[in-house]
Design a protein around this ligand. Structure first.
Ligand SMILES: NC(=O)c1ccc[n+]([C@@H]2O[C@H](COP(=O)([O-])OP(=O)(O)OC[C@H]3O[C@@H](n4cnc5c(N)ncnc54)[C@H](O)[C@@H]3O)[C@@H](O)[C@H]2O)c1
Length: 260
């Protein structure tokens, strides 16, 4: 299937590692022009070098997405350098364990800044360019929005809001023929996931316990499997899909628990 993404400018936040990097690599492979934002200078520069060595056209913006003024600057730089913006993939998020008992009002607000507010901010500043291109948006959410996890109020409520925003933006942008969807991962092996596993006393035991509950193949989802669905959703091949929460999780959230 030709995804018809050639020369489309695809802005990916948190594109230096993990799921974001898989989306960046996949976009480049499809002939799109990924522009990725990350605050991890080393990882992002390495990815940019890999893409350039492979002959791909891409852009890198080293920035922290939390300050709203950075979100405006990220969009401005993308459009200045590449002349257009076709797709926004909102992806930065960190499961930061700000719980009801373990957190505080201040930590809760910080968690929302890290996990939610920049989704709105980047989309807000990107909208004029996306409208011009009749582009689309994919928001990376998480299964915790549907299942909860415990002891992570900030992250969970941010991800729940991201699912709601996806529906609301899909409604708001109908008149412009623009689509907005959410991709919902569950258990994906990324640097963030490895960090989270290492917060447990026995990470390997925890990992085995989790994968034993993943119905399809009893294995983690690979970042490339998330990216494949994102590439489809941002492509014209998904031209009648909007407002959807698409789970790529090996059946983790919805299949009969008796099977695991
Ligand atoms: N890995 C999973 O199992 C999983 C499950 C559900 C949802 N998700 C979601 O997928 C998305 C990506 O997660 P991942 O596992 O690939 O994470 P990751 O940490 O492996 O990669 C995220 C990237 O974002 C960058 N980043 C973090 N904060 C930033 C900031 N403030 N400004 C700019 N860049 C920043 C990091 O440097 C990193 O390169 C997140 O929204 C996460 O909540 C992941």
């Amino acid at each position: 299937m030709d995804l018809q993404l050639k020369d489309k400018v695809v802005l990916v936040t948190g594109g230096g590692k993990g799921i974001g990097a898989a989306i960046v690599r996949g976009s480049a492979r499809e002939g799109a022009v990924p522009v990725f934002v990350d605050k991890d200078v080393e990882a992002a520069n390495q990815l940019k070098k890999d893409l350039c060595d492979a002959g791909a056209k891409c852009g890198l913006i080293i920035a922290d997405v939390i300050p709203p003024e950075n979100c405006a600057a990220i969009v401005e730089q993308t459009v200045r350098e590449f002349g257009r913006l076709d797709v926004l993939v909102n992806n930065v998020g960190v499961n930061d364990n700000v719980g009801l008992e373990t957190g505080s009002p201040e930590k809760y607000v910080k968690s929302l800044q890290l996990n939610l507010l920049h989704y709105y901010n980047v989309a807000h500043y990107a909208l004029p360019s996306l409208k011009k291109a009749q582009g689309n948006i994919v928001n990376i959410a998480s299964k915790v929005a549907m299942t909860g996890q415990g002891k992570t109020s900030g992250y969970t409520s941010a991800k729940g809001a991201i699912l709601s925003l996806t529906r609301d933006w899909a409604c708001e942008l109908l008149p412009y023929g623009m689509r907005v969807n959410a991709l919902v991962p569950a258990e994906v092996m990324t640097p963030l996931y490895k960090w989270w596993l290492n917060t447990f006393p026995n990470p390997e035991e925890k990992l085995q316990h989790i994968v034993s509950k993943i119905p399809l193949g009893k294995r983690m989802t690979q970042p490339e499997e998330i990216a494949a669905m994102v590439l489809f959703l941002i492509s014209p091949q998904a031209s009648h899909i909007t407002g959807q929460h698409v789970l790529v999780d090996g059946g983790y959230v919805h299949l009969d628990r008796a099977l695991t």
